[in-house]
Design a protein around this ligand. Structure first.
Ligand code: NAD
Ligand code: ZN
Length: 350
């Protein structure tokens, strides 16, 4: 099999060929048709996360071992499976749930493998889908596409799923005004999902006018380019000068986090999702006085991924796939994402 692998931080991905493995036990070998290029692949490629104040969290300190094949938004066709795999047949088109957990910790026990204490996520801690074949540890991590387009389905394993988790959290206080920060792969899914499952008026913020234009087409009621120094003021004025009931930040860097706190109303609900990173100073007294809630959201569980597939099948959500690359061009795909050239998602078709 042929894979594009990260050999070390910021090293060009190396395309290498190895013998295609034979699935054993519960394993399933999937022939990859399409794999989404997520900004998290960029963090993995860069070697970690910016913690702020000059600190950096290395992915190798979190258990990543190079070389690793990235790619956690995998769609493919069942090629072969071990004797204990069940519920699948050769030729099935499937979406892979990549957030594989240990199966034993409290999160895994309630079905939230994405929040596992010892994660084994595909494309992060184990080889993923920048490859013509991917080995899936168990058939229980597959969901049949049943008619959903294979390129668009990739988004439902991470960008769609994460946005779904985050928007559900943002909807806990039935927001009248919901601010979505970032109109990239995650943010555009967030806008579509918010339109589908909340009653909120959606205000979308990004630095890029073209992305904001797409956000409008996806259902954003208002868009603001945050290069405008009056951004916070404009948001407050849209929200009747009271502030937004919920803010979902798909960037989560110092400038956006400061904006989040500036526009969040009393009793507001802030959900931080992005991993751009950094740190900010918080005025502590405003948190109790405004009685705000701050939550993190990390990917989502298998059950939600299946719900999302159903929403896609019904045409209620339709992920934006704007660019397709060959496996040999995986480096270009990552560079283009880094240079903010991608609207919605790019996919690699190995
Ligand atoms: P992307 O590159 O597709 O989109 C990022 C968007 O943010 C772009 O539209 C860009 O213009 C915008 N942006 C960047 N800086 C900004 C700023 N200062 N103000 C306003 N807009 C700004 O990335 P993505 O795939 O959507 O991922 C977004 C982030 O979420 C990444 O850090 C990624 O690693 C992270 N992520 C988190 C989870 C999770 O479970 N929490 C899951 C997947 C990805
Ligand atoms: Zn992702």
């Amino acid at each position: 099999m042929k894979s594009a692998r990260i050999t070390g931080p910021n090293e060009p991905l190396a395309v290498s060929s190895t013998e295609t493995p034979k699935p054993q036990g519960n394993q399933v070998l999937v022939k990859v048709k399409s794999v989404g290029v997520c900004h998290s692949d960029l963090h993995l490629w860069e070697g970690g996360y910016d913690l702020g104040d000059g600190q950096f969290m290395k992915v190798t300190d979190r258990g990543v071992k190079y070389p690793v094949t990235p790619g956690h938004e995998i769609v493919g066709v069942v090629e072969d499976f071990g004797a204990d795999a069940s519920g699948i047949s050769k030729g099935d088109e499937v979406l892979v749930f990549p957030w594989v957990g240990c199966g034993e910790c409290p999160a895994c026990e309630v079905g939230d493998e994405n929040l596992c204490d010892a994660p084994k996520s595909l494309g992060v801690f184990q080889d993923g889908g920048y490859s013509d074949y991917a080995m899936i540890p168990n058939s229980k991590y597959l969901a049949k596409l049943d008619g959903v387009n294979s390129d668009t389905a990739t988004s439902l394993a991470c960008s769609g799923l994460t946005a779904y988790t985050a928007i559900k959290k943002s909807n806990q206080n039935s927001p009248e005004f919901l601010v979505i920060v970032g109109a990239g792969g995650l943010g555009l899914m967030g806008v579509q999902i918010a339109k589908a499952i909340t009653k909120a008026k959606i205000i979308c913020v990004d630095l890029d006018d073209q992305k904001l234009e797409t956000a409008k087409e996806m259902g954003a009621d208002f868009t603001i380019n945050s290069k405008d120094p009056e951004t916070a003021k404009k948001i407050l004025s849209i929200c009747n000068n009271k502030g937004a009931d919920s803010v979902v930040d798909f960037v989560n860097a110092p400038p956006t986090a400061k904006l989040d706190f500036a526009v969040l109303r009393k009793r507001g609900n802030l959900i931080l999702v992005g991993l751009f990173g950094g740190s900010i100073e918080l005025s502590l007294v405003t948190i109790p006085l405004k009685s705000i809630m701050i939550q993190g959201a990390y990917t989502g569980n298998y059950h939600d991924m299946v719900e999302l597939l159903d929403l896609a099948r019904k045409g209620i959500i339709n992920p934006v796939i704007s660019k397709r690359y060959a496996l040999d061009d995986a480096n270009t795909a990552l560079e283009d994402l880094k240079a903010r050239k991608i609207i919605g998602r790019a996919v690699i078709n190995p």
